[in-house]
Ligand binder design. Structure first.
Ligand code: COA
Length: 336
């Protein structure tokens, strides 16, 4: 990609200076789903690896979870809310169609010096957000807060066993800063989009395509709809493809990888991708069993858990990789 006016070396002078995450208190187990749809704990665990997920409270919104994750990331980066000059919230479940969830987060935090906007790239949201933030760091922004946050529990059809068991709520945040010789840095990034497959994973109604009329609501079109098998296949293909590309771009061998933080959609997707990349089990971070698929929050929550549990240290090579509706996908390779 051409970067008019910005040298390639400057563009990569960006690092993650702090991470934070938040998941709601309420745990929903597979046994809870056995009571509402024709499913079983054994089926869900075998096909997805998911054992439980978190659901936000009725009065707990995407911006609240985003704010909680952001506060931790700000603390971990050793900065104050006034230091933040940009907030990027990546979400498919914003508080409102407008204003942006970023505006709500700015107000919750009191981040009076920040501009902000929402970015939608489904489960690849945080990766897209980091790439966009990185480019603003190259133009002089100092502390960019990128948050992936989702309240998917409100968008799931609790009568559809194909989808309702897969998703959960939560938020993950990172602070981006300029890198220098004493810090880690982003080594390479890769993004992809194939809009010809938009119908495979979507919420059909609620936007300009299909107004939420009574008829539409009766047909349950306001909820997520997915073609699971095809989505599974493309997820593996594109995650592997973009992961390979970032290693190539960074001129780094896959064997050098300390930890991959993949989007936590399904254990079998992660295992299939890891096998194709030739990764050992200890090179792959997993928390899908606890939270299910939290879309754009997933990579941020997993990264924060990996950092706080001591799985990542200064100098380690870390891969963030995700895939989602669109289809959209992306990867970030970092030296921590
Ligand atoms: N409990 C029990 N049975 C279920 C079920 C559930 N929760 N969900 C689906 N089934 C049934 C199906 O109805 C189907 O029954 P049928 O053969 O009588 O029609 C059967 O299980 C097999 O369905 P199939 O679609 O072949 O299963 P699968 O092995 O592909 O697994 C998914 C289904 C959804 C778990 C899998 O396709 C998947 O994970 N896809 C990707 C989803 C994803 O991660 N999306 C987000 C990407 S960001």
């Amino acid at each position: 990609m051409e970067n008019p006016g910005i040298q390639e070396e400057t563009l990569h002078l960006c690092r993650i200076a702090g991470t934070g995450s938040y998941v709601p208190e309420r745990v929903v187990t597979n046994a809870d789903f056995e009571k509402i749809v024709d499913t079983s704990d054994a089926w869900i665990v075998e096909r997805t690896g998911i054992r439980e997920r978190r659901f936000a409270a009725e009065n707990e919104f995407t911006s609240d979870m985003a704010t909680a994750a952001a506060r931790k990331a700000i603390k971990n980066a050793g900065i104050t809310v006034e230091d933040i000059d940009m907030i990027i919230v990546t979400t498919v479940s914003p508080d409102n169609i407008f204003p942006s969830t970023a505006a709500r987060v700015q107000n919750n935090l009191g981040a009076v010096n920040a501009i902000g906007f929402d970015l939608e790239a489904a489960c690849a949201g945080l990766i897209y957000g980091i790439e966009v933030g990185k480019r603003f760091i190259a133009t002089g922004f100092k502390n960019i807060l990128v948050i992936g946050a989702e309240k998917l529990s409100g968008m799931m059809d609790m009568q559809d066993r194909n989808t309702c068991i897969l998703f959960g709520d939560g938020a993950g945040a990172v602070i981006l800063q300029r890198a220098n010789q004493n810090t880690g840095r982003i080594l390479a990034t890769e993004l992809g989009l194939d809009g010809s497959r938009a119908e495979m994973l979507q919420v059909p109604a609620g936007g300009s395509r299909l107004r939420p009329t009574y008829e539409v609501l009766d047909a349950r079109k306001q909820y997520m709809a997915m073609r699971g098998k095809e989505t599974f296949r493309y997820a593996v293909t594109y995650m592997v493809d973009c992961a390979r590309k970032v290693f190539e771009k960074a001129n780094c061998l896959v064997e050098k990888l300390t930890l991959a933080i993949p989007h936590q959609a399904n254990l079998r997707i992660i295992q299939a991708a890891a096998e194709r990349l030739g990764l050992r089990d200890d090179q792959v971070f997993l928390n899908v069993a606890k939270y299910g698929n939290t879309s754009s929050a997933s990579v941020g929550i997993a990264l924060d858990e990996a950092v706080t549990s001591g799985r990542i240290h200064r100098g380690d090579i870390v891969l963030l990789v995700a895939f989602g509706s669109g289809f959209s996908w992306g990867a970030v390779l970092l030296e921590w």
